[in-house]
Design a protein around this ligand. Sequence first.
Ligand code: GLY
Length: 402
Amino acid sequence: MYKQVYILLSLQKVMLIAIPVILFACNSNVNKKMTNDDLLAYCAAQAKATANSDDTDNNMPVVIDSGKTAWTKNNIYNWRSGFWPGIEWYLYESTKDEYWKKAAEKSTEKLVGVIDTIVANHDLGFQFYCSYGNGYRLTGNPAYKKVLLRAADSLAKLFNPNVGTILSWPSRVKEKGWPHNTIIDNMMNLELLFWAAKNGGSKNLYDIAVKHAETTMKNHFRPDFSTYHVLVYDTATGQVIKGVTHQGYADNSMWARGQAWAIYGFTMAYRETKNKEFLQTAINAVEIYLKRLPKDKIPYWDFDDPTIPYAPRDASAAAITASALIELSTLCTDSLSAKKYLIAAKDMLTELATDKYLSKEKNHAFLLFSTGNKPSNKDVEVPIIYADYYFIEALLRMKKYQ
Ligand code: GLY
């Protein structure tokens, strides 16, 4: 009898010790932090599911609407059409798998019709540099180079020398009464012009890009280095008429993605020109952004939305900024700042890599919670293709620079 009780008590003891150990082991698996390589593998798996779904038309995945699990596709003329081919090129770079090269070529080449239409906006840079640009960088295909040079010449047609910037939205000249309008996003499209000037295009393309960046640096920033979304200029005199918003909360607010474009754009402009004023502008833009970020480093869609902390987030702004900061950290001459920006980028990516922001089994995107155009109630806290593009770009940059 005593012996039986003793055995039972001993068994209980073993269970008391064993159960927590087993639970801990399971939990530590669930919570295991994903490494950079794990995240790249995750991106490849998610994208494979997208690539394997219907690809019989000329349309590109752009957004997963609220309550849906499949990508909504837009035609090639939409400004977001270059990001999906760009993701496929990054996956080819990351995996060296011919599958991605073939897939990227197929998607990229769908875009060629865009340059044969009237130059409708500044977005040619996003559309062509992300698709053909990455394709040319990775394959050296001479046909891609030709397309890129034509796209750069088309983009340059929107430059107004009286103002010193590219006209971003020709369609809004009449629609909004914005004679010459330039948006901060337009900084991103200068990369195509810089590339073209170095790769057989006209030297004038370099001058246009520099002039656009100089004019933007002078006019687009408020005294605290937050940016206006849109600047409206007099077409003939080049005088600033007003600073307004289109996608932000208010004319004077800091729209998160706009600030991210400024940080990325001026970092890139410094890389291409070595003009120290551009570097300082990137730093000024990032300092106010970092200072006003919430603790988890993912911005609300607009830093001045009065409903914060209940306002929507914008994971795309976090991904764009993380990618820019990794590059900025390599360009900063001061090692303390370089370290600070790299750590900030890591923190942003770490937060994006949590179960809160990763799409995982919910859909085939990489990231949840991006906000495209809150004032129009379009694409609010949903997966958007450019968030995924800059996320994978940031992961690849982190891998390269570490
Ligand atoms: N025009 C680019 C954007 O919506 O951020």
